[in-house]
Design a binder for this molecule. Structure first.
Ligand SMILES: Cc1cc2nc3c(=O)[nH]c(=O)nc-3n(C[C@H](O)[C@H](O)[C@H](O)COP(=O)(O)O)c2cc1C
Length: 166
């Protein structure tokens, strides 16, 4: 059995989660950046991760899934600046699943990730008031994903593998 963990990251949060997931996999495995993956042939299961950008999947994650997810076993992991209990978040996460609609979705994980200072400053200058509001909430995201979220990602990896192997 061969497992892939692949991710796209801009500021390292999704990478941190990818590494925790990768650590927990006992089978033959590879850890790659999404742009290093041509397709998913030869993998029994692929954990694919990316952040939310502008209320939906970051473009590289969306494009990758649209091109490669059909008919494959996929587990998604997503990071976002929004707190996990924010109401609109469920809608944004649903949008992250859409490009994988033709895949067999084996698992799904999400957690909060720190909004970098640079990104917060960019967001604060956007026209969209919702994006500006995001820029203002950087302080509430500092230090994420923290140890408890990384641990949650480890549990997710173990449980997804258990479920997948039956
Ligand atoms: C252009 C841009 C737009 C973003 N839009 C959202 C958003 O709509 N909702 C949200 O919760 N986080 C948003 N974020 C924050 C990121 O999803 C969050 O910081 C994530 O953990 C970054 O992951 P990374 O460190 O792997 O790049 C946005 C970040 C960027 C750069």
């Amino acid at each position: 059995m061969k497992i892939l963990v692949a991710y796209w990251t801009q500021t390292g949060n999704t990478e941190k989660i990818a590494e925790a997931i990768y650590d927990e996999i006992k089978e033959e495995k590879e850890l790659k950046k999404l742009n290093e993956v041509d397709n998913l042939d030869g993998y029994d299961l692929a954990f694919i991760g990316f952040p939310i950008n502008a209320f939906g999947p970051a473009a590289p994650g969306k494009k990758f899934l649209e091109k490669n997810a059909k008919g494959k076993n996929i587990a998604l992991f997503i990071t976002h600046a929004a707190p996990e209990d924010m109401e609109e978040l469920q809608e944004w996460l649903a949008r992250c699943k859409e490009p994988a609609v033709e895949a067999n979705l084996v698992g799904f994980f999400d957690c909060q990730g720190e909004l970098s200072e640079q990104i917060a400053n960019i967001l604060k200058k956007q026209e969209d008031p919702k994006l500006r509001a995001f820029g203002e909430m950087r302080d509430q995201t500092l230090g994420q994903p923290d140890a408890s979220r990384v641990e949650r990602a480890r549990v997710f990896a173990r449980e997804t593998m258990k479920k997948f192997k039956g």
